[in-house]
Design a protein around this ligand. Structure first.
Ligand code: GAR
Length: 197
């Protein structure tokens, strides 16, 4: 089996990144993590990735004149790593339609809600405010519509009567760490990548 070459894009602590790195240590896992790229200098996940022996890169958007130039640099780095699949893991910057099209069918994201519910930020507080009985996380293909691409996999949990945004976030995060490696396994293990219409 030839493992698919995967890069992870992060902006922060990188706990989902770490879950993917851990899963990919299994010789039977169909993907290898060849690089971690951050758009935020000093993101905690970078050091974690480096400790795991993975190549890292920082491309802080403030150092580029325009979004298109930043994204061109990101794509150049991904191409230099020979990347076939890109995983967004807490990458908190919207990507342009041009970037999304360049990686269509090979660019996936994890989002902390049961999409299409609660796109955007503060999902846990919003789920509580809405009185949702269930909450969870979604891995989906990235399209030009924010948090709107086809769903690959979801994990659900029950909302408890005494949940706060923090307790809910912590239980969802545990599910994220299980779901993301499973979703990447599905995508990487299947020969032809799915291409959304
Ligand atoms: C995760 O909960 C992820 O689902 C969320 O950011 C967190 C990153 O944590 N992503 C989004 O909200 C994207 N819209 P991590 O850096 O520990 O993986």
């Amino acid at each position: 089996m030839r493992k698919k070459r995967v890069a992870i894009l992060i902006s922060g602590r990188g706990s989902n990144m770490a879950a993917l790195i851990e899963a990919a240590r299994d010789p039977a896992y169909p993907a290898e993590i060849v690089g971690v790229l951050s758009n935020v200098a000093g993101a905690g996940g970078l050091e974690r990735a480096a400790r795991a022996g993975i190549a890292t890169a920082t491309l802080a958007q403030q150092t580029f004149a325009a979004k298109a130039e930043h994204e061109a640099a990101v794509t150049a780095r991904l191409e230099a790593w020979g990347v076939e699949i890109v995983c967004l893991a807490g990458y908190m910057r919207l990507l342009s339609a041009a970037f999304v099209e360049r990686w269509a069918g090979r660019l996936i994201n994890i989002h902390p809600s049961l999409l299409p519910a609660f796109k955007g930020l503060d999902t846990h507080a919003r789920a509580l405010a809405a009185g949702a009985a269930e909450h969870g996380c979604t891995v989906h293909f990235v399209t030009a519509e924010m948090d709107g691409g086809p769903v690959i996999a979801q994990a659900r949990i029950k909302v408890l009567g005494n949940d706060t945004p923090e307790t809910l976030a912590a239980r969802v995060l545990l599910e994220e760490h299980r779901l993301y490696p499973e979703a990447l396994r599905l995508l990487a293990g299947d020969g032809a990548p799915y291409r959304p219409a």
